[in-house]
Design a protein around this ligand. Structure first.
Ligand code: FES
Length: 156
């Protein structure tokens, strides 16, 4: 018996049928599971390995390779600050410290209430907004002490 609902199973099977190459559907399925569960756990890896007829260790390698996929649950709001070169030159280190202080957690951690997780990232392709700040994959613009404070205030 699967730990996914019947509807979720249908969605995942849809990804398994959609592409000529299994890996393409598997990546979509992993992204989908991450969205549902805020992580891809052991059971999920096991299920997807069977569904896509892919070695379990390869599924695990994908989960640990792609920064968008996590083994442990992220917060409801996944906050990220880029530390790529352009962003570093624009002061991302100070913005990361500001975010850690505001949330009371270190990069890679989740607040105890599960609301926020914070991570640092490599170039996310928004160098013209350096130091780039994103929440749940949506670019928020350039981070500043004020924008961080306003952002955390406004998220329900
Ligand atoms: S270096 Fe930060 S978005 Fe490119």
């Amino acid at each position: 018996m699967s730990h996914f609902s019947a509807e979720q199973e249908q969605t995942l099977m849809g990804w398994a049928r959609r592409y000529p190459y299994r890996i393409m559907g598997l990546l979509e399925a992993l992204r989908q599971v991450q969205e549902w569960r805020r992580c891809v756990g052991d059971q999920d890896e096991e299920y997807l390995a069977k569904l896509f007829d892919y070695p379990r260790n390869h599924v695990h390698e994908l989960v640990t390779f792609f920064p968008g996929l996590t083994l442990r649950p992220t917060g409801r709001y996944r906050v990220g600050i880029c530390r790529g070169l352009s962003c570093a030159l624009a002061g991302s280190a100070a913005m990361c410290r500001c975010m850690e202080k505001s949330l009371g957690i270190k990069a890679g951690e989740t607040t105890p209430d599960g609301k926020f997780s914070f991570e640092t990232m490599e170039c996310i392709g928004a160098c013209d907004h350096a130091p780039a700040l994103i929440v749940n994959d949506k670019l928020q613009g350039a981070a500043s002490e004020q924008s961080i404070s306003e952002l955390l205030e406004r998220l329900p």
